[in-house]
Design a binder for this molecule. Sequence first.
Ligand code: NAD
Length: 298
Amino acid sequence: MSTLPTIGFLGLGHMGLPMAINLHKAGYTLKGFDIVPAAVQAVGEAGIETVATGAEAATGVDIVLTMFPSGQHVLDAYRGYLLQAASPNTLFLECSTIDVAQAKEAAALAVAAGHRSADAPVSGGVVGAEAGTLTFMLGAEAEDLEEITAVLEHMGKRIVHCGGHGLGQAAKICNNMLLGISMIGAAEAFVLGERLGLEHQALYDVISTASGQCWSVTTNCPVPGPVPTSPANRDYQPGFAAALMAKDLGLASSALKHTQTDAQLGALASALYRKFSDEGHAGTDFSGIINAVRDGSL
Ligand code: NAD
């Protein structure tokens, strides 16, 4: 029987904690670390070994998994101590949502230091992290796929290999750029419908079976009623917070600039979600943008 790889798990926040717990339940030996003591305590209470520094989490393990807020956190930790502390040929599994250019830089740093690297951002939110049903978008070398998949399948139900380093992040931001645009479109359609005298249910019955059909309507419908599980039915409690949508659209905007892509709707969606989030709605589900469309405050 082959032994499971040991994993240094850094970043035990909203997503990292339930992901670490799922690996622990699957029998993996983890070394957990977060810079926030309460996060370390929570992972300790789940029965997972904790360590006092990030460097210790990377020492003597087979895989270093990071789940950080931003690319700068990743690059600082890689450069500062993780790459030096890890044994040669360690697999660095970077699961945060970060800039494509930073993901490529992180991978290049890891490879230059004698390690292996993959970007594996996720979708599915905290609910998916808890249930172990995340989707992973993987940017990795083909020869590492089997080893990576064996670990990720305990945290997710779908793993898509998108190509080499950085292409997992690329797929994530392309998807979320479309999601941001489609949610604003769904919100505008429902507000226009209201003003033309349409009932929400009637418009939903048409869109959900017609050519305007999309996830923003059929799963995360921005008006209460037609989809009972959508955040609109619980006063727009996330769900997927507007602040996170604004962050992901900011990453998409940076990639648009970098690639000189004239994507006007993506750029506009980024500006609108940044404004909505900054003006007191950071913690609102991103479908709550319909209220700003309705009152003309966007
Ligand atoms: P979070 O802020 O709750 O957790 C991040 C954790 O990283 C924090 O506990 C922080 O203290 C820790 N951290 C930062 N620097 C560290 C370091 N050097 N060493 C150890 N720990 C460090 O964020 P989250 O909601 O868990 O999201 C994590 C990542 O996943 C983000 O990149 C986010 O964009 C992405 N994501 C989040 C969701 C979601 O619904 N929350 C969904 C998909 C993707």
